[in-house]
Ligand binder design. Structure first.
Ligand code: ABU
Length: 367
């Protein structure tokens, strides 16, 4: 009798098995083109690199462990990655960087579509080997589930030709960044296919993919060819001066309902798919914080980076009082989860997880 380990087609069906990241040995990597483009110009991250302070690693791990226990108590199987040594430099024939990033957050690296887990190309040099943190788990799933497809996208070369030099300037300014975002001029070029898994949202037969800093058009075309039975839609959010990862911008909660970041609204001409199928797109509540925590790459909009446990239940960061209130009004049962002190390690509740198994199959929500 065979056992299905891997199955997940969307962001909301009942979650039964998930990977939760670890903060172990996380580093702030040295400067490099795609990473620098994401660090806000006034951020305390500028000019810093090295292993993150041990007390912050311990605190983040405490919160991630608590989150894992909460999920386990709700009957969800939780697996954890095995940290590699992130202090090791990465050298390939094409580039060198003096350290790596970490085994947080798994959502950036692993894209689960049905019975497949696909390792993304990634676009930061410091994240080139990040998939190795998850290989012990993926090997285990492969041994246990004869239908599991373990796939890896072609490793990119990440030469200087992958990055637009005008993004490397110290002072660009938010107005210029917004102009470039409107023009779809991002730090990554079209030299070769690039994508992070966290730029992809799964809606059954449809994949919605953000074109931005971490995913280029060739990356989206690669996904289109790799998933020939899916419809792949490209989206942009011009209000975002630092566009990486879709999951603090566009958050499906259940069939027919999506939260959209009010500063990063989906343009009218990209709403047709949702409008034609009676999906409601509502503005997300304001974040409860005016600034991200120290040494954090992400924006305050991790407030809407939630983990949906099933179409009626959602985990929201415990200090995000406005987001919790809005979820309640939208008819969701809210599970508060403390995670803010782990944000600096790469993101919120959606980021720090990767789906392994959700109930349900591949539905067509946009017939
Ligand atoms: N990894 C999600 C970060 C998105 C943001 O900074 O808004």
């Amino acid at each position: 009798m065979t056992k299905t380990i891997v199955n997940s087609w969307n962001e909301w069906d009942p979650l039964r098995h998930v990977i939760v990241g670890r903060a172990d040995d996380c580093h702030i990597p040295p400067e490099e083109p795609a990473l620098d483009a994401k660090v806000p110009e006034d951020s305390d991250m500028r000019g810093q690199w090295g292993r993150r302070p041990q007390e912050t690693i311990d605190r983040a791990n405490e919160l991630l462990d608590n989150f894992a226990s909460l999920l386990t108590k709700r009957g969800i199987r939780v697996d954890r990655p095995t940290s590699i040594d992130h202090s090791k430099p990465v050298t390939t024939p094409d580039f060198h960087t003096d350290s790596q990033f970490g085994c947080m957050p798994p959502r950036d690296v692993l894209l689960t579509v049905g019975a497949e887990i696909l390792e993304a190309t990634m676009s930061y040099r410091c994240r080139w080997f990040e998939y190795l943190n998850y290989r012990p788990l993926l090997q285990r799933y492969w041994e246990e589930d004869p239908n599991f497809r373990h796939e890896a996208a072609p490793k990119p070369r990440l030469t200087d030709a992958d990055y637009h030099p005008d993004y490397l300037s110290e002072k660009i300014g938010v107005a210029q960044r917004l102009k470039w975002a409107e023009e779809k001029h991002f730090v990554t070029t079209e030299e070769e296919p690039l994508f992070d898994a966290a730029d992809v949202l799964r809606f059954g037969r449809d994949l919605v993919v953000q074109h931005g800093f971490t995913t280029n058009l060739k990356g989206i075309e690669w996904l289109r060819r790799h998933f020939p039975d899916h419809r792949v839609h490209t989206v942009n959010f011009p209000g975002d001066p630092y566009p990486i990862h879709i999951d603090a911008t566009f958050t499906p909660l259940r069939p027919g309902l999506i939260l959209n970041n009010p500063q990063r609204r989906l343009p009218d001409d990209q709403r047709k798919l949702f409008n034609d199928n009676d999906w409601e797109i509502v503005d997300a509540a304001q974040p409860a914080h005016n600034t991200p925590p120290p040494l954090c790459y992400s924006s305050t909009w991790l407030s809407m980076n939630v983990l949906v446990l099933d179409p009626k239940t959602v985990c929201v960061e415990a200090s995000e009082v406005y987001q919790m209130e809005q979820m309640d009004k939208l008819g969701m049962e809210v599970v508060p989860v403390e995670l803010r002190d782990a944000y600096a390690f790469g993101g919120g509740l959606h980021c720090c997880t990767a789906d392994v198994y959700r109930e349900g199959g591949c539905e067509d929500y946009f017939p």
